[in-house]
Design a protein around this ligand. Structure first.
Ligand code: C2E
Ligand code: CA
Ligand code: CA
Ligand code: CA
Length: 280
């Protein structure tokens, strides 16, 4: 490396070393936070667009760091994936979500409430990572339909047999499979057929640009029309305005989530929302 000369180093060093150090530090902090049980789970309600009724929620991991404050999962999940910490995080989120789903399942009139959990591709190919999930659900008496898993398009490109096998195990146990961030990846219709997906989640980037941009609106409408023809449910994410809700609803989108309805909230807040008579 020395042979590259001094000038090369000048271009490379400061920013990149800082980034590497930053990631190492974050990895160490994250490891400590997992051990200390400092990760929390928040829940973002999912509503039926036509009625406004809350039918489920997405579990989203939260990390409050003593000096950094709230760290976005968009930043620490990739680090966790890289360092092999994602299985521990995923397990924690799942356990917590399953407990919340069970509490809601036992509330009168909420038998159909469903909590979805994000699952990284890594978790599908790590031996034992998802092994205990269905067993745990059976052990606590939680029906499969009360949980859904959110996977991303990249996973469907993975041809390792354990991926297809695990997806089939979930499906056979009545656990719904949602394809997250639809439209941002490979979006091949062939995968939808091959893997027997239940629902698509239209990525929030399309929803955000829908109002001002004719072609984004056309794309969203086409995605919804196609999904309906394939017998898939559609969930739109990142709905922030009534105008967006209306367009989506008219296009036939079944469900949605976003700040218009509610930000992600702590478990107790979700339970309070669901116990309100209006949602009974
Ligand atoms: P995602 O799965 O696409 O989750 C949706 C993100 O949009 C969440 O960000 C949510 O808080 C945010 N959001 C909700 N409503 C609105 C809205 O109306 N407008 C806007 N602009 N944003 C909205 P969050 O919680 O920061 O999570 C970021 C990403 O981190 C998630 O994206 C997901 O990919 C990943 N993630 C979060 N929790 C987990 C987890 O437990 N496991 C795994 N593997 N990934 C997770
Ligand atoms: Ca998601
Ligand atoms: Ca998403
Ligand atoms: Ca997203």
């Amino acid at each position: 490396a020395k042979a590259l000369g001094r000038n090369r180093y000048c271009h490379f060093a400061p920013a990149m070393l800082e980034a590497v150090g930053e990631r190492l530090q974050m990895g160490n902090d994250l490891r400590a936070a997992i051990t200390a049980g400092q990760l929390q789970v928040h829940y973002q309600p999912v509503v039926e667009l036509a009625s406004g009724r809350i039918v489920g929620a997405e579990a989203l991991v939260r990390w409050h760091h003593a000096s950094r404050g709230w760290v976005s999962p968009a930043r620490f999940i990739p680090v966790a994936e890289e360092l092999g910490l994602i299985n521990a995080i995923g397990e924690r989120v799942f356990r917590e979500a399953a407990g919340t789903a069970l509490t809601l399942h036992r509330c009168a009139g909420l038998e159909a409430f469903q909590i979805s959990v994000n699952v990284s591709p890594r978790q599908f190919v790590t031996p034992d990572a998802l092994e205990g999930w269905l067993e745990h659900m059976r052990a606590i008496g939680l029906p499969g339909r009360c949980i859904a898993i959110e996977i991303t398009e990249g996973l469907l490109l993975d041809e390792r047999p354990e991926v297809a096998r695990r997806l089939l195990e979930f499906r056979n146990a009545d656990v719904e499979i949602l394809l997250d961030d639809f439209g941002t990846g490979y979006s091949s219709m062939a995968y939808l057929k091959r893997f027997d997906i239940d629902s698509l989640k239209i990525d929030q980037s399309f929803v955000a640009d829908m109002a001002g941009n004719g072609s984004d609106r056309a794309i969203v409408e086409a995605m919804i029309a196609m999904s309906r023809k394939l017998g898939l449910y559609v969930v739109a994410e990142g709905i922030e305005t009534e105008a967006q809700r209306k367009v989506l609803c008219e296009a036939g989108c079944d469900f949605g989530q976003g700040y218009l309805f509610s930000a992600p909230v702590p478990r107790q807040r979700l339970l309070d929302m669901m116990r309100r008579p209006a949602n009974g």
